[in-house]
Design a protein around this ligand. Structure first.
Ligand SMILES: *Cc1c(COP(=O)(O)O)cnc(C)c1O
Length: 416
């Protein structure tokens, strides 16, 4: 193995030793994978999936029974009344955008209680000027920052009792920030708190990277609507693109009419032959998320052993599939990412360098040798070129390929 991938024996030994130390963490992941697999299989059985559901529609996409069964299965697995699972969502950001525009009207207020949302939402909300933003339609935006990685309950109460808020957005995964991600227990607690003050406010969750990381989804603990991407956790590395919105039927219906046409909503939308991939992707998703989590835990332990700060630590509770390594210098961040790319199945020969990416303030380096373009349930690693030079690593379709990726990245980091 070391000769094939040109990795030093001492690195292989280090990684194998770390692997022994983390076996208790792995067995916790196995339990979660077992639970979520049971949930998924049960939903397939309850909804009587058969090969006829693999047939897709074209054109308007009327009467697509595969699409309908996929959405029923998603609803059951997520504990939601209804769901919209569509390849017409071009990204997670698009699904979030459709949801926000569906729920908010002129003079309404959107409140984020997890600080500034994901970078790509800046122009959607109007934090950064755009002639098509929510702000341009007269939708107000306010935000409350987290304090010590928890919600600012006093401030939330103050805002909710002083004015009418239409939608509260909670982003669970940290994005490119340095905060911790938000656990399902914290989500449950804050939803109870909010609903006691205002039972009508709509609670919308950006659930990207968090699906199947624990045994509960936000829709099972009181969230009104949740949103995510199919080239992340729930697509299982098999869905070629798409996104989902799940939750209360009335809200999902509004989202469907915003995605397609008022009056047609979820009744249209051709699946063009991807039904089998969406079904098989969801079927694989619990295991694939488990592989991504094990890769993250191994990475955390190995890089900590090498003297780097890591978040989360190997034995901390995980909320999403993201692993941070705080490199504190540009060179190490770049070398590590280049190592991840070199151990990728696709474009292993390409060397990523930091570049000015549209939508981001700083230069960004991105390693993603993935089967599906931009997929981050596949092993990928990126980071903005700014202090403290944090790598955001996520994914791996199997643990074994993840382990090889980490070995190669560490080898690149320490050897040249
Ligand atoms: C990935 C992600 C999104 C959506 O990103 P896309 O690249 O548009 O799919 C939104 N929020 C968070 C927290 C994410 O991780």
């Amino acid at each position: 193995m070391n000769e094939m991938l040109n990795i030093d024996n001492n690195i292989i030994e280090l990684v194998n030793n770390c692997e022994k130390e983390i076996s208790a963490e792995f067995s916790k992941i196995d339990d979660i994978v077992m639970y979520n697999s049971t949930k998924v299989l049960n939903a397939f059985i309850n909804n009587r999936v058969s090969t006829e559901h693999f047939n897709g529609t074209t054109g308007y996409g009327y009467g697509d029974i595969g699409r309908e069964v996929i959405e029923k299965i998603y609803s059951e697995v997520l504990g939601a009344e209804s769901s919209l699972v569509r390849s017409q969502f071009i990204s997670g950001t698009h699904a979030l955008t459709v949801c926000l525009f569906a729920l908010l009207r002129p003079n309404d207020t959107l409140l984020s209680i997890t600080g500034k949302p994901y970078d790509t939402l800046d122009e959607v909300i109007g934090i950064k000027d755009n002639a098509s933003s929510l702000k341009s339609f007269g939708v107000n935006y306010e935000q409350i920052d987290l304090i010590n990685d928890d919600f600012d309950y006093d401030k939330i109460k103050e805002v909710l009792t002083s004015k009418k808020i239409k939608v509260i957005e909670i982003q669970r995964s940290k994005g490119y920030s340095t905060r911790k991600s938000i656990s399902i227990d914290l989500v449950e607690k804050v939803i109870k708190f909010i609903k006691e003050i205002d039972k009508d406010v709509i609670i919308m969750i950006d659930n990207c990277y968090c699906e199947f990381v624990s045994t509960k989804e936000p829709t099972e603990v009181g969230a009104d609507v949740i949103v995510g991407s199919l080239i992340k956790n729930l697509g299982g590395g098999i869905a070629p693109n798409g996104g989902y919105i799940a939750g209360r039927s009335d809200l999902v219906s509004l989202a469907s009419e915003r995605l397609t046409v008022p009056g047609e909503g979820a009744e249209v939308g051709p699946t063009l032959g991807i039904n089998k991939q969406l079904l098989q992707g969801l079927f694989m998703a619990p295991t694939v998320v488990g592989s991504a989590l094990k890769t993250a835990i191994l990475t955390s332990r190995v890089l900590e052993k090498l003297g780097y700060l890591v978040e989360p630590k190997y034995n901390e509770e995980r909320v999403d599939i993201v692993q941070n390594i705080i490199f504190n210098n540009e060179e190490d961040l770049v070398k590590y990412c280049q190592g991840i790319q070199a151990a990728s199945p696709i474009d292993s020969f390409a060397k990523p360098y930091p570049w000015e990416m549209p939508g981001y303030g700083d230069k960004v380096i991105m390693a993603a040798g993935t089967f599906t373009s931009g997929s981050s349930i596949e092993l990928s690693c990126d980071g903005p070129i700014r202090p403290p030079y944090i790598a955001y690593q996520q994914g791996s379709l199997t643990y074994e390929y993840g382990k090889l990726g980490v070995m190669k990245a560490v080898s690149n980091l320490v050897n040249d």
